[in-house]
Design a protein around this ligand. Structure first.
Ligand SMILES: [Fe+2]
Ligand SMILES: [Fe+2]
Length: 192
């Protein structure tokens, strides 16, 4: 019995600049520019994009608040309230979103398109990488909330800017690559 060669490892989230070529087979037939006009767009496809848009908006709001705090344009108490609300909502929503993708949608979509099934494994690995970042994001955010007084909070906010930037960069990459893998399969097979 011959041993099967190990599959080539997929590029990790921090190393990617786009969805790797081997997973773009269905995307080639259903490019992003045509998604909205597709007759089956207004179902799971639109819902998926809308969820991602919500995450991007929350990240933008967190970044804008943080910059306002660092620049002294937002008071300490107001900032703490907004960070606490928005930060926990983003992290809670994101963890729930990843769970349903890993447990329900990725296995289903991978079965429909076995040629690109490893792409779904790659996205699941992204979720693990993002959860590590969620931990440092939460630690950084809690550090800002625990800082007493204006000067201490602004200093902690400067450190949190780095955590938020790293999180934003990788989450944005993951969302875009996931859309390029998932949406064409959803539209082609009318999953909904
Ligand atoms: Fe995801
Ligand atoms: Fe997603």
């Amino acid at each position: 019995m011959t041993e099967r060669p190990a599959p080539t490892p997929y590029p990790s989230l921090p190393d990617r600049t786009r969805l790797p070529d081997e997973y773009r087979l269905i995307l080639a037939d259903l490019p992003r520019a045509g998604w909205q006009a597709h007759p089956d767009f207004n179902g799971l496809a639109a819902f998926w994009l809308d969820r991602h848009l919500g995450f991007r908006r929350m990240l933008d709001a967190l970044a804008a608040d943080l910059q306002a705090r660092i620049d002294g344009d937002m008071a300490a108490e107001a900032y703490a309230g907004r960070l606490s609300r928005l930060g926990s909502r983003l992290l809670g929503d994101l963890i729930g979103h990843h769970q349903i993708e890993d447990q329900v949608y990725f296995p289903k979509l991978a079965r429909l398109e076995p040629r690109i099934s490893r792409g779904f494994d790659m996205l699941e690995a992204d979720h693990h990488a993002l959860h590590d970042l969620i931990d440092s994001f939460a630690t950084g955010g809690n550090g800002v909330l625990a800082a007493q007084g204006d000067a201490a909070q602004r200093e902690a906010a400067g450190g949190f800017l780095t955590d938020l930037g790293a999180f934003d960069r990788l989450l944005t990459r993951h969302l875009a690559d996931e859309e390029d893998l998932v949406l064409p399969v959803v539209l082609k097979h009318r999953v909904g």
